[in-house]
Design a protein around this ligand. Structure first.
Ligand SMILES: *[C@@H]1O[C@H](CO)[C@@H](O)[C@H](O)[C@H]1NC(C)=O
Ligand SMILES: *[C@@H]1O[C@H](CO)[C@@H](O)[C@H](O)[C@H]1NC(C)=O
Ligand SMILES: *[C@@H]1O[C@H](CO)[C@@H](O)[C@H](O)[C@H]1NC(C)=O
Ligand SMILES: *[C@@H]1O[C@H](CO)[C@@H](O)[C@H](O)[C@H]1NC(C)=O
Length: 220
């Protein structure tokens, strides 16, 4: 019985806990943000925006490009050229170019620490009148959200709006099956934020190292 109280067992249990917690499915905060945007609009009787995976994927491309540029006062100091949308972001996502519509607005924000989507909405993205009126513009029909910085900050969020025809603009080739999402997440994607291969690999190696550690202690 004395064995049960040995420190190795405690560290093993601790490591097990770490692995369980880090492999937990964190869902997709980009989808949550789309719901928050739509709730904010429908409260004012504005029509809901269609969640467009094509726009979402491009929003993720946008923040991936900008992820080094968060200033000390949480401003995104980054201006990708307009052409990047058609020449870089769309091809990276496999957006079929003939379906590329008009982007009617974008909001970007960054913050050192991760905050829940509802706080990201009010503290990071929609914190002034300008972004609020953009959000409530009547000409949007579609929205897409991308975010990066899942396991370490700073965290970047991007919202893209469009007035394209629902389901026939920003169409992803093969329904997005070919997108290799290595980090972050975007709305309309079925992949949760935490499935990055790297994270799985590191959770596994923590587990494995812990296991070897306990084994060694037992043998010595
Ligand atoms: C990010 O910031 C650096 C340094 O200020 C700047 O040179 C670079 O152009 C910025 N990146 C983009 C995509 O704007
Ligand atoms: C809404 O967005 C459209 C397209 O970007 C723009 O032309 C228009 O001025 C905006 N309307 C308001 C009220 O801001
Ligand atoms: C919509 O968002 C704005 C900005 O964060 C907030 O002030 C307002 O209360 C929100 N409205 C609703 C109905 O949630
Ligand atoms: C767009 O596609 C979604 C999902 O396939 C569907 O639920 C929705 O009814 C479609 N909307 C229109 C306007 O076709």
């Amino acid at each position: 019985m004395k064995n049960l109280y040995c420190p190795e067992l405690y560290s093993f249990c601790f490591l097990l806990l770490v692995v369980l917690v880090s492999s937990k499915n964190h869902g997709n905060p980009a989808n949550d943000l789309v719901s928050i945007i739509n709730n904010n609009r429908t409260a004012l009787k504005l029509p809901q925006l269609n969640d467009s995976p094509g726009l979402g994927c491009m929003a993720l491309q946008y923040v991936e490009l900008c992820k080094g540029n968060c200033t000390a006062n949480n401003a995104v100091n980054c201006k990708p050229p307009e052409d990047d949308f058609t020449e870089v972001f769309a091809p990276n996502c496999g957006v079929e170019l003939p379906t590329f519509g008009t982007i009617t607005g974008h909001i970007v924000g960054c913050q050192e620490k991760y905050v829940e989507p509802s706080l990201a909405f009010s503290q990071v993205l929609v914190k002034d009148k300008k972004s609020l009126s953009l959000l409530r513009n009547k000409s949007h029909t579609e929205v897409g959200v991308g975010m990066v910085g899942v396991h370490k900050g700073p965290f970047f969020w991007c919202v893209l709006f469009s007035n394209g025809k629902t389901n026939s603009s920003f169409v992803l080739e093969n329904r997005g099956a070919g997108i290799k999402q290595t980090q972050g997440c975007y709305s309309g994607s079925s992949a949760p934020c935490s499935v990055g291969k790297k994270n799985r690999a590191s959770a596994f190696s923590i587990f494995f190292m812990g296991f070897v550690f306990v084994l060694l202690i037992k043998l010595l």
